[in-house]
Each structure stands twice: as C-alpha cells, then as structure tokens.
Design a protein around this ligand. Structure first.
Ligand code: AMP
Ligand code: MG
Length: 421
C-alpha cells in the first residue's frame, strides 16, 4: 500500500476507468419490483415479448372494415353494412364479399376483412356505404405482431426503465421486472466553518451547500441519501467538524451499513484534511488526485465492503467530480450500460485558452441558434468556489487535458445540467 505522500494525480480517463472496473465487479444483486416502482431502474435480464403486439389484427381508424377485393378500380362500389364492432367487443364476426363492418379504432378486424376505409371517405346510404375508387388495399390495419412478435427482444439487460418505456412494458403484460438493486448511499460533509441555512451566523461561518448539492444530485440519479441509524440530522446528510475521531467513527459505522459513502471537504493537503489519512487507515485508497479542474483532490477508495468517494469542498468541484466520477459509478453499480455516456457536442462561441495540464470543466451556457446548431459560451465567473457560475450555467464545457487552445466555432463536448433536474 502506497504511503499517503506517494499518490500522484492521474488523468480523468484513468480515474473513470478505474472506478468503473471496481463498480462493475461490485454490481448490485437483482430483485423483482412491480411496474409502478420500476421507473429509473436498470434491467437485470434481457426482456422478451411474451406475446404479439398488437395481439390481434385491428383497425387503426374509425371506419369500415372490408375485403380489398371489393374495392372498385374505377367509379364506386356499394357494400352492405353487416354490423358494428367497437374496441373491446369480444364476439367473433365475419364479413362476406359485398359486405363491410362498421369498426372503431382498436377493434379486432372481422374475419374476411383486410382493409379499413376511414369514415370520412365514404358515403353512408341507409344500410350500405358507397366507396369511390382510390382506396388502398390493406390500409388502416394494424397487423398482429407488427410492433413486437412474441419472443422479440424488447429491452436488454443494462437498459433503463424510463418514463417513455414503462408504458410499452405494461402493454406487453409485464407486471413485475427483474432489476438491479439500488445501492445504499450516505453523504458526509466536513468542515468546522460550516453551518446550516437558518442557523445563527458567526464571523467565520459559511452555509453548507455541498450537503444539499450532493443530496439533490443523488436524487436526480434516482437514489436517496441514508443517514446512519443512530445519528439524527435535520438534513439527509451528516455534517461533521474537522475532527478525525468523529469522522473515523462515522466512516466505520457507515462502512457496515451502506454500499457507498460520499464525503465533501477535507481531502486536500491542508492541516484539517483528514480524509486521505482516515481512508488509508480504515481501508484502502484506489487513487487520490485527478488531473481535472475543478476537482483535483478527489479520492476513491474503499472501507470494508463500502466504496468511498471523497469530493473536494469547493462547491463547483463537488458538483463536477460528482458528475464525472460518482454518477457513472452509481450507474455501474446498478448495472447500467453504458455507465459512462458519450457527451454531446456543441460549437464554441468564444476562444478558450488553457495553460494547465488538466481536463477543464468550464461553466457555460448553451443555446440552439436559428439554424438549428448548438452553441456554447463560458460564463464569466469560473472560480471553483463561485456559486454564480454554476447557477447561471446550463452546461459544462469539457476541455480534454491535452488541449491548450480552442478557436471559436470548434466543436467541444458538453455536459448538460438542466437535464439532471
Ligand atoms: P476543503 O476541501 O475542506 O479544503 O474546502 C475547500 C473550500 O470549500 C473551503 O473554502 C470550504 O469552506 C469550502 N467548503 C467545504 N465544504 C463545503 C460545504 N459543504 N459547503 C460549502 N462550502 C464548502
Ligand atoms: Mg475543509
């Protein structure tokens, strides 16, 4: 085990790959959940269609079901209306040549019919309809199995049950799904200077923002923060002073009850930065320090069976490191594939010059221009302690570590922020 002083900054890509390797190996077990509770969950098994969709040939429109052989090549035809079939009508029906059936959208097609002519295009005369030439054989019919045939792959293991997929899963008759369990996660913030919004301020206090950011980012990832059992806190995170004994006992306790511990602050090389020392003492450090800005002092390790992510305390560093490393880790632990999404690209609205050898995450605003292209522009305040920049921004521009200068108009990768809600 390397001594604390031996840890050298690694690249963000290395950091992400190391985290993913560990998290994939620690992937959660699966469980069955009801469809109502499956939103946001990751499928733990391939899902195949148990039956055809649609299950039977049916009408796509309100109109008249008929045999296309009765359609006129020129002039008009006249077909007797043999009855009516509404969606949900179960009794079998048949039409003969020269007949049609009045039918509503979704009703099963009668035997003998292969076409539906919409009601707006026919003339009803007492018990018959008159149809002019020009209708297409086979139109307005949804064939059994044309959407999914029984046995088709619907969604693969590793795909997410999103709000736009859940209806399809219901349509295919799935009442429960096999999904990966969600990891239990706890958040600890550290710092003597921190008080809660609403508390009495002092000459050297600031309000704790990272506890709220992390709890919210966790919720946006579909997870919730758990508090250690015996500790009460008005918030969903635990706050501790820079006291090694208190931090040690909280870490030891949490390592036995959660899968993931996220901490904020106390991870640099300052006198009050206890986390690297404590993680090395209680468990092991996988890496400490990443060549990114903001967020350099980030640490990844494990204590007992829990993974620990120690995020630097500057508020923008906390958010950036969560997005780059913790969020993909949480996705990987839940079996999501890919855990690390490829980022969209946008045109840069102004020049970027960068002198350091780290990946940079600039707070930025992106907008769609009239010609449909996406443009992104850094906001003015870029300090990692500055809240205004991250509050104004709707995206982060990701500048790779090797890049020094980017011209206006060049394409850059961006991370969209509002999509996180
Ligand atoms: P640290 O990483 O503990 O050295 O903290 C770096 C900077 O971030 C310091 O200015 C801290 O006051 C600030 N900071 C640390 N934790 C928080 C927090 N939870 N909320 C807001 N600011 C914080
Ligand atoms: Mg601190």
């Amino acid at each position: 085990m390397a001594a604390i002083a031996d840890f050298r900054p690694i690249s963000l890509e290395d950091a992400q790959q190391k985290i993913l390797r560990v998290c994939v190996a620690r992937r959660q077990l699966s469980e069955h959940v009801g469809l109502e509770n499956a939103q946001g969950r990751i499928l733990a098994a391939d899902l195949r269609a148990s039956r055809n969709l649609p299950p039977f040939d049916n009408s796509a429109m309100d109109g008249f079901a008929l045999n296309s052989a009765d359609l006129p090549l020129s002039g008009e035809c006249r077909l007797r209306i043999a009855g009516t079939r509404f969606a949900g009508d179960a009794q079998a029906s048949t039409i003969e040549r020269g007949e049609c059936l009045r039918i509503t959208t979704g009703a099963p097609l009668p035997t003998g019919a292969d076409t539906v002519v919409i009601k707006e295009r026919v003339r009803v005369e007492s018990e018959a309809v008159v149809i002019a030439a020009g209708e297409l054989a086979g139109s307005n019919v949804r064939r059994a199995g044309e959407d999914f045939a029984a046995g088709d792959l619907v969604l693969s293991k590793g795909q997410q049950v999103t709000s736009t997929r859940i209806g399809g899963l219901a349509t295919l008759g799935n009442d429960t799904l096999e999904v990966f369990r969600r990891p239990r996660v706890s958040i600890i913030t550290t710092g003597n200077e921190l008080i809660m919004p609403g508390d009495q301020t002092g000459p050297a206090t600031i309000y704790n923002s990272n506890g709220f950011s992390l709890a919210a980012l966790l919720r946006a990832s579909g997870l919730q923060a758990h508090l250690p059992v015996a500790r009460s806190s008005p918030a969903s995170f635990l706050h501790l002073p820079d006291d090694p004994d208190q931090i040690r006992s909280a870490l030891s306790e949490l390592a036995e009850s959660v899968n993931v511990i996220i901490t904020s602050g106390g991870v640099s090389a300052g006198e009050a930065d206890w986390l690297p020392i404590l993680v090395a003492e209680l468990g092991r450090i996988h890496f400490w320090k990443v060549r990114m800005r903001p967020g350099m002092p980030f640490l990844f390790g494990e204590i007992g069976s829990a993974l620990i992510f120690c995020l630097p305390g500057n508020p923008v560093s906390t958010i950036a490191t969560f997005l780059c490393m913790v969020q993909p880790a949480l996705r990987a632990l839940q079996g999501a594939e890919p855990a690390l999404a490829e980022l969209p690209r946008a045109h840069l609205a102004s020049v970027i010059t960068k002198r350091h050898e780290r990946a940079e995450f600039l707070r930025a605003c992106c907008e769609v221009r009239d010609d449909g292209t996406l443009w992104v522009d850094p906001v003015t305040r870029q300090g990692s302690a500055m809240q205004r920049g991250i509050m104004e921004a709707n995206s982060l521009i990701c500048v790779p570590e090797a890049v020094r200068e980017l011209d206006a108009g060049s394409l850059v990768r961006i991370m969209r922020l509002p999509e996180l809600a």
